[in-house]
Design a protein around this ligand. Structure first.
Ligand code: HEM
Length: 454
């Protein structure tokens, strides 16, 4: 609730009209860091005509995401940049529509179900480990992106995505450019006939065609299975075996229209693979610069008789801390946005209805009030860390936290565990890593590792 005592947050004066758009587009992280250093935990700025507020204190992040969650929606900024791709899928939907979609998809992410995906995660990571050669240099991000897409396709959609990755990859790249403030396209509406906007629209059309195909194929399989009544086939396709079947069944039962079904397929394809691939990439990059931390991870893995399974991940404490630490220092999602549906008091400050609220993991995860020597990669800090809960929120929090969190946590550990059991990696790319800020953080240059057989 807004109170009379709430003040307007401090912030810089923008240049007339363009506000801070140019500064932001040149260096997103620097822009955030400067505003936080100069003005504190709640800062007002103006970008491209939007009134923006950075909220960078863990307790206030918790207020926005959890305590006062009902006062916020995803908002107009996200709708403008992502809805032409992700439509009314789960990431952008609001209210009852969102709740219905989340409830439909949730069983695919129950603990036992996620654990059952572990076998595929380890097996596909094993294929990669086997394909690597001693002394070779790999550009690790595309390799991990292909791997996590394959895992997602198989576990959630029951299909082999090989041969079709390029459509997904082109669309992911177009989405990245579309949401990267340094490309300035991020600030253009979809109808502007700029080449990058046109490329983006074309890529989305191709991805929709792909997804429509997958849905049609699954519908045909379900119908056939029901018609023939083959027991095994019926239980596979009519009984809600994977996420795709759950969504198709919900649509066929009238609980979701076909457009929303397609939007959700696109949402899962794009929210569910690049993020995990980045987390694995960042962890390998960090471990490749810290041989002693990597040696501790190797010791965890050498205690196992075979590549790790879902049952082993709780017994790999050094791997666990290395993953946590890599996602602290290099969060795959660097901020998320919310829009207040009414005036809200956050801390001592008034944040008005309709503005853009930014909750930057990037700043909070690197704040020396919560982390000693925050720019250092130090996995062992997690042994006795007792900072505020929302000083660490790579998967967001509250009701809209990442539905794929458990999936991603397992996948990242099993992929890293399987690769590092066989290989020692040495980072050839300089630190700190240079990142672009789009919907996900993205390394500016290839992240190169030299491989050493163990
Ligand atoms: C390291 C990996 C991942 C990270 C860091 C991550 C991060 C996030 C964050 C921060 C959000 C909240 C966004 C917001 O509130 O604006 C989110 C939402 C979401 N994520 Fe993830 N994610 C990851 C992996 C995955 C995976 C593997 C899947 C699916 C298999 C997935 C599917 C989703 C979906 C559907 C949402 C929207 C949830 C909702 O609004 O109810 N994510 N993710």
């Amino acid at each position: 609730m807004a109170t009379n005592r709430a003040r307007v947050p401090p912030g810089p004066d923008g240049l007339p009209l363009v506000g801070h758009t140019l500064q932001l587009s040149r260096d997103v992280f620097g822009f955030y860091e400067r505003l936080h250093a100069d003005y504190g935990d709640v800062v007002r700025y103006e970008v491209n005509g939007d009134e923006g507020y950075i909220v960078a204190h863990p307790d206030l992040v918790e207020q926005v995401l959890v305590t006062d969650d009902a006062a916020f929606v995803k908002g107009d900024l996200l709708q403008r940049t992502l809805s032409s791709a992700l439509g009314e899928g789960m990431l952008l939907a609001e209210g009852d529509d969102w709740r219905g979609q989340r409830t439909t998809a949730q069983p695919a992410f129950y603990r036992e179900r996620v654990a059952a995906y572990g076998e595929t995660m380890t097996a596909f990571a094993g294929d990669v480990a086997e394909g690597w050669t001693d002394g070779a240099v790999v550009d690790v991000r595309p390799a991990m992106s292909e791997l996590t897409l394959r895992i997602l396709g198989r576990t959630l959609f029951g299909l082999d995505i090989r041969g079709r990755e390029s459509v997904v990859r082109d669309t992911a790249e177009a989405l990245r450019t579309r949401t990267d403030p340094s490309s300035l396209t991020a600030f253009l509406p979809d109808w502007v006939p700029a080449p990058s906007v046109r490329a983006y629209r074309r890529a989305i059309e191709d991805a929709r065609d792909l997804v429509d195909d997958l849905i049609a194929q699954r519908r045909a399989e379900r119908e056939e299975a029901t018609a023939t009544s083959a027991d095994e086939a019926v239980s596979r396709f009519a009984g809600g075996d994977d996420l795709l079947t759950m969504l198709v069944a919900a649509a066929d039962a009238g609980g979701m229209d076909d457009a929303t079904l397609r939007d959700n397929m696109l949402t899962f394809l794009f929210a569910g693979h690049e993020t995990s691939a980045l987390a694995v990439t960042y962890a390998l990059f960090c471990l490749g610069h810290h041989p002693e931390a990597q040696a501790r991870v190797h010791a965890d893995l050498d205690a196992l008789d075979a590549p790790p399974t879902a049952d082993d991940v709780d017994d790999l404490p050094h791997l666990d801390r290395a993953v946590r630490e890599a996602m602290r220092l290099y969060p795959p999602v660097y901020t998320h946005f919310r829009e207040p549906v009414r005036d809200v008091t956050v801390g001592d400050y008034l944040i008005p209805e309709g503005s853009v609220v930014s909750l930057p993991q990037w700043l909070v995860h690197r704040d020396e009030r919560w982390y000693d020597d925050p720019l250092a990669f130090a996995p062992e800090r997690w042994v006795d860390w007792d900072g505020p809960e929302y000083a660490y929120f790579p998967f967001s929090g509250g009701p809209r936290h990442c539905i794929g969190m458990r999936f991603a946590e397992l996948e990242i550990r099993l992929v890293l565990g399987t690769l590092l059991r066989e290989w020692r990696v040495e980072s050839l790319t300089d630190r700190p890593l240079d990142l672009d800020a789009a919907a996900n953080t993205t390394p500016t240059d290839p992240v190169e590792l030299r491989l050493h057989a163990r």
